[in-house]
Design a protein around this ligand. Structure first.
Ligand code: AMP
Length: 289
């Protein structure tokens, strides 16, 4: 596994790799890798024999300096994990390698603006966040020119925003969605979980509990979003809820009634840690059909 920190070396290495491999897959991450990331790499390996992992804490997608500073950094463990999962290349640039100048100067740089899917949900509470995400992913797509890129459904809105970016800017990357991976207790795996105290972690379990409760109610026939969301809110009462919404799976627009399928999306704080989670609500075909 090659570890590369600068762009010149990356371009040269990828040019060689292209001669030997049929395809290149890219898994972008911000590090502090866990089993959710490992699953992304494994999925990528099913598509391609040359899997690249990028580890870059993208300052442009953080709204708060405190969140950026507190974001977990575990580079040594990340490299062992990447090796174990079968990555061929890890790209770990310094932030100046990507953006060049100081933070002030970066504000003058080219901007990439996320589309309509970025407006609600997290986008409404984290101004500029998805613009930062689409900028770094555009840079990574240009550097790697991957055939495949894998993103997790844990960040469902991000996945849909990036599908829109890929289509609108004609990057031509095949975007693959990896399923959300949970811990044994049901909490969605996230690098930010490391920052939860034992008590906060217990409180955070209200999120998967709420999602499951809504799914059960949905499976018993409730289709009215307001009723389902009232149940979600009641289960989340010990947390500071940012939003709980039922939205169209593609446009991410709120739905009053779930006709066939929808995505239940939640963001809530356990202490000072912001957590997101989601689940698909989908009418199952009657048995025998
Ligand atoms: P991050 O390092 O948190 O920016 O995440 C990098 C990629 O891993 C994104 O595509 C995430 O959606 C994905 N990811 C993070 N956590 C999970 C999880 N628990 N299950 C599935 N994918 C995940």
């Amino acid at each position: 596994m090659q570890v590369i920190r600068n762009i010149t070396e990356l371009r040269a290495t990828l040019a060689q790799a292209r001669k030997k491999s049929d395809s290149i897959a890219l898994v972008p991450t911000m590090g502090a890798l866990h089993a959710g990331h490992a699953n992304l790499i494994e999925l990528a390996r099913k598509q391609s024999d040359y899997v690249c992992l990028s580890i870059f804490i993208n300052p442009l997608q953080f709204n708060s300096l405190e969140d950026l500073e507190k974001y977990p950094r575990t580079p040594e463990q990340d490299l062992s994990q990447a090796r174990e999962s079968g990555a061929s290349l890890v790209f770990m640039p310094e932030h100046t390698e990507i953006y060049g100048q100081s933070r002030e100067e970066q504000n003058q740089n080219v901007k990439v603006l996320a589309g309509s899917r970025s407006k609600g949900l997290c986008g409404a509470y984290r101004p500029g966040h998805f613009d930062g995400v689409v900028k770094i992913v555009s840079i990574l797509f240009n550097l790697f020119r991957p055939d495949f890129a894998v993103f997790g459904e844990k960040d469902y809105q991000q996945l849909k925003v990036l599908e829109q970016l890929n289509a609108d800017l004609h990057f031509g990357v095949k975007i693959m969605a990896a399923p959300l991976i949970r811990d044994l207790d049901g909490l969605a795996l996230s690098s930010r979980n490391q920052r939860l105290s034992a008590e906060e972690r217990k409180d955070a379990l209200a999120i998967p509990t709420a999602l499951r409760a809504v799914l059960e109610r949905f499976e018993r026939g409730t289709r009215i979003s307001a009723e389902l969301l009232e149940l979600a809110q009641s289960k989340l009462s010990n947390l500071k809820v940012e939003y709980a919404q039922i939205v169209d799976c593609e446009s991410l627009q709120p739905l009053q009634i779930v006709a066939e399928k929808a995505q239940l999306m939640v963001a809530a704080y356990a202490g000072s840690v912001r957590l997101i989670d989601n689940i698909r609500l989908e009418v199952q075909p009657a048995k025998g059909q």
